[in-house]
Write a protein that binds this ligand. Structure first.
Ligand SMILES: [Zn+2]
Length: 98
């Protein structure tokens, strides 16, 4: 005999939140707050951006303390590069003397 509700009863949403960092995991998968995005190695990025700085024993990020993800230094460098590229292209436009 099959129970029509069976498929639904198997589906549950398990939501965990790191008390320290406020990071959210849904069914064991880290989800970025705000965007709700799920990215590869996001736990590692989270560790580099948040948990390694703010996290303590309360932090539930399994990658806390590991390095190799994004860091603010990396992101700052990325943004600096973008700004420089933008300035260069504006300069090029200026050089065209339109
Ligand atoms: Zn944490």
């Amino acid at each position: 005999m099959t129970d029509p509700d069976r498929n639904f009863s198997d589906f549950k949403l398990e939501r965990k939140e790191c008390e320290k960092c406020g990071a959210t995991w849904i069914n064991g998968q880290h989800v970025w707050r705000g965007t709700g995005a799920q990215t590869k190695d996001s736990e590692l990025d989270l560790a580099g951006l948040v948990c390694n700085k703010l996290g303590n024993h309360q932090c539930i990020n399994p990658k806390k303390g590991e390095v190799g993800g994004d860091t603010w230094e990396y992101r700052a460098g990325y943004i600096d590069g973008m700004i420089k590229g933008r300035k260069d292209s504006l300069k090029e436009m200026g050089d065209l003397d339109l």
